[in-house]
Write a protein that binds this ligand. Structure first.
Ligand code: FAD
Length: 292
């Protein structure tokens, strides 16, 4: 199924992100994660792509597995930084062969000192993919602006261009402050971007993980999260429970606001995804505002 068709329905969609196992781990280790996520009936599962890394080949393999063995709609991430048109063609051909028709087109983080390759921005990759008829394309968006962007306005202008190039769905960077998301969404809509936006939610499971993510993506940490970390960081189980509760509250509030969808960054921790899905069972039917 192509992801754009998911938004014909008037209910919010729920999707998950997983990542391929490290090179030293066999591909089979992902089976138990998918086995546990599949019964939660996500609308799609996205599979990350290690820019310049060693797990790249596994993204296509896992996306194919999702589609062909689990009958789950896959969304394959693809980064273009440092890549050539030939290398992108090779992956696009593989995805077509495997029947994977959804791609999250990304630039990737800039590796220090190396060149950009044939593509400077995600928009270049989106345009390139859209020369073929085979793919629906999603793009990343940043409610608290991308870390390199000078201003939010400039970042939204670049987002508009990604939509103009053919992005049919926007998936947000993780955030912990729903009010910041709502303010940004209003801004985006007022600029005439009406593409569905799926809100990226990552349950906190450790203080270290939070620190790493925030350094990477620049998400702000509200005082309520800082309090959770201060109170429960010494007790892994307590922090995990608090993280599940916080993510649940964020999602309930987002659903009530008529969000187009929720994208759960599972970190391959299916037990946490399961707990959250149980918590929101019965309330994920808030009617999504139909957009022109
Ligand atoms: P772009 O859209 O190209 O934007 C990058 C920066 O350039 C922004 O500051 C933007 O404002 C600016 N810009 C864009 N267009 C122009 C222009 N025409 N002129 C001037 N400036 C411009 N990384 C991975 O390596 N693998 C993954 O699987 C992965 N998955 C992700 C999933 C999601 C949902 C998100 C939000 C991020 C993901 N990332 C992943 C991280 C992503 O690669 C980084 O955030 C990267 O730094 C930017 O990628 P982008 O596609 O948003 O880039």
């Amino acid at each position: 199924m192509k992801i754009s068709t998911l938004f014909n329905e008037s209910k919010p969609i729920i999707s998950f992100e997983i990542f391929p196992p490290k090179q030293t781990t066999s591909i089979e280790s992902i089976y138990s994660t998918i086995d546990a996520l599949a019964p939660l009936s996500p609308d799609f599962i996205s599979v990350t792509y290690g820019a310049g890394g060693s797990t790249q080949g596994k993204t296509v393999q896992i996306a194919s597995l999702l589609k062909n063995q689990y009958n789950i709609t896959p969304l394959a991430h693809l980064t273009c930084v440092g890549g050539s048109k030939e290398s992108m063609d090779q992956i696009l051909d593989e995805l077509e062969r495997e029947g994977v028709h959804n791609i999250l087109a990304l630039r990737g983080d800039l590796p220090e000192g190396s060149s950009l390759g044939d593509f400077s921005y995600a928009s270049d990759l989106i345009k390139y993919i859209k020369q073929r008829d085979s793919f629906d394309v999603a793009a990343a968006c940043y409610p608290e602006k991308h870390i390199e962007a000078l201003t939010l306005e400039e970042d939204i202008k670049h987002l508009q261009y990604k939509v103009d190039c053919g992005a049919e769905l926007l998936i947000s960077q993780l955030f912990f402050d729903n009010d910041a998301f709502y303010k940004w969404r209003e801004n985006v809509r007022s600029q005439g971007i009406h593409t569905p936006i799926v809100a990226g939610i990552m349950p906190i499971t450790s203080g270290k993980q939070l620190e790493r993510m925030v350094t990477l993506c620049g998400a702000s940490i509200p005082a309520s999260i800082q309090n959770l970390i201060k109170a429960y960081n010494h007790n892994a189980q307590a922090l995990k429970e608090a993280g599940i509760a916080y993510a649940t509250m964020q999602i309930i509030d987002l659903l009530a606001s008529g969000v187009d969808g929720i994208h759960l960054y599972t970190m391959n921790q299916a037990d946490i995804a399961k707990r959250i899905m149980e918590n929101i069972r019965g309330i994920n039917y808030a009617v999504r505002t139909k957009r022109a």
